[in-house]
Ligand binder design. Structure first.
Ligand SMILES: [Zn+2]
Length: 497
């Protein structure tokens, strides 16, 4: 009898234990801060730069269906403030997401005192996992750099690239080096592509070469053959067939990184931010969709490895103060109108507008400029705006002409908005966005929290409200690493300098 009882009470204890230990992803455990189960083999962190709730919802409204990233059932609110400023930047945010520390604006991979931090990517590597870093902007940009570099100034692109070229991480992909020859510093040590190759990286820049690579054949740096401004991949709206997409870089990364010890992979949609800085809603939406497609590649992999995979999707901050809703359209939205835009603000300014300037040196040629606007953005100059929503209202006509005059006043260049943006291009995207029921309040970042969603084993710890720096610690716990701030040892930190 005694035996029976002890056996039964043991079973009860086991059941209770099993509830806490074996089912860390259950609803009950969802409020837990850290993961305590068996380390998750495959961990994906997707970061939409400049992507908060408005960007996610605008893209969903545009496509007419919910994005995969928004469908993940585990959702959390992530606060983004930096150590020394409420509104963060990509460097401080990446450092928090990768290393678990709130640092100063423009600091990459170092704490406010300048001490070098060990990121989740480097910790994963230490644990015997393979590591991939993928981005649609240059590989030395703030977000990817937060995972491998240690420099208190994000603008030192050569030094950041130098750390990447000496890195022991397995797969870098997307954009190239922004300052490969060190034009910005006094004593560069040579071309970074060359240095990367000398340090064992296989460099590939075409789809064919990338697809030919075999898993386990060493470190890879894969970048798109055609890089636009600042060594970034082209915007997906401007992409040619030969351009490799973010989803392809992700899929190929999964293929090359898959191994019995597992991997950690960070994928950044970096140009959502750039489009939002310029207030180009269509491009921001299309970049968000391209980002969602990259997450889909990981999701397909997760479906095949449901017991071993975790996908986390977050943003580093909101950009532009994008609002869903505009005074001029009251409670209505017309996102279908956004389909009329055929080109990014960037290509329009740099190519179309430049050419127009050359062909028509006199600003008085506005009549000749109108058909160009209609061609690329669908906005019409004649007709009844009440019958055809693409027809400009009298006020919009005046605003556009004023912006045109402002842009074309100077023969050599233009009066730039926020020091960067051509006024007529911005006026065009503002008008089109407003017609759809979208608006903007800033050319910079904003302080609204971002949404984090998660799917897979251990996803439950990403429910709730927390700081961006908590994400790194949560990821550490998922990979079987103590969830605390880890510093580089002195030797490694010195080597990184
Ligand atoms: Zn930004």
């Amino acid at each position: 009898m005694g035996k029976y009882f002890s056996f039964r009470s043991l079973s009860v204890v086991c059941l209770i234990l099993a509830f806490f230990i074996i089912t860390p992803d259950s609803g009950f455990a969802a409020s837990r801060e850290y993961y305590a189960g068996k380390p998750v083999k495959y961990v994906f962190l997707f970061i939409g730069d400049g992507m908060a709730l408005p960007q996610r919802m605008a893209a969903a409204q545009f496509t007419g269906r919910q994005l995969l990233i928004n469908k993940f059932k585990v959702q959390g609110i992530t606060r983004t403030r930096a150590n020394n400023r409420f509104i963060t930047g990509s460097a401080a945010a990446a450092t928090a997401l990768a290393n678990g520390v709130k640092t100063n604006i423009n600091y990459v991979g170092v704490d406010p005192a300048g001490r070098a931090l060990k990121s989740v990517a480097l910790l994963a590597k230490e644990k015997g996992r393979k590591v991939g870093i993928v981005t649609s902007v240059s590989i030395d940009h703030a977000t990817p750099a937060g995972f491998y570099a240690h420099i208190p100034n994000r603008r030192e692109y050569y030094r950041i690239g130098w750390e990447m070229a000496h890195s022991n991480l397995d797969y870098f992909a997307g954009g190239g080096f922004k300052d490969p020859d060190g034009r910005e510093i006094k004593n560069p040590h040579g071309n970074l592509y060359k240095i990367a190759a000398e340090n064992g990286f296989k460099l590939v820049d075409t789809r064919q070469a990338l697809e030919k690579l075999k898993p386990g054949s060493g470190k890879v740096f894969a970048y798109n053959n055609f890089l636009t401004e600042e060594a970034a991949m082209p915007y997906s709206i401007d992409k040619k067939k030969t351009d490799i997409s973010l989803a392809e870089f992700t899929r190929q990364g999964i293929r090359l990184l898959d191994n019995p010890e597992g991997f950690f992979m960070m994928v950044e949609g970096g140009k959502i931010d750039w489009a939002c800085h310029a207030n180009d809603g269509v491009v921001a939406i299309r970049e968000t969709i391209a980002f969602d497609n990259a997450v889909r590649a990981a999701y397909k992999f997760a479906e095949k490895h449901p017991k071993d995979t975790l996908i986390i999707v977050t943003g580093d901050h909101e950009t532009g103060g994008m609002s869903l809703g505009f005074a001029g359209t009251h409670y209505d939205t017309f996102f279908n109108l956004l389909q009329n835009q055929k080109i990014s603000f960037k290509k329009f300014t740099d190519k179309v507008l430049q050419q127009y300037r050359k062909d028509h040196p006199a600003a008085a040629d506005y009549a000749k400029f109108k058909p160009i606007i209609t061609r690329y953005f669908g906005l019409k100059f004649t007709g009844d705006p009440k019958l055809d929503r693409m027809v400009l209202t009298a006020d919009q006509q005046l605003d556009l002409k004023a912006a045109y005059d402002r842009a074309l006043k100077d023969k050599n260049g233009t009066v730039l908005l926020d020091g960067k943006y051509d006024p007529v291009t911005v006026e065009i995207t503002h008008i089109l966005n407003n017609k759809a029921g979208m608006a903007w309040t800033s050319y910079s970042h904003t302080g609204v929290p971002v949404l984090t969603t998660a799917y897979g084993v251990g996803a439950g710890i990403f429910a709730g409200a927390y700081e961006n720096s908590d994400i790194a610690k949560k990821i550490m716990s998922v990979m079987g690493v103590k969830p605390e701030v880890h510093y580089m040892n002195r030797k490694a930190a010195a080597a990184a300098q």
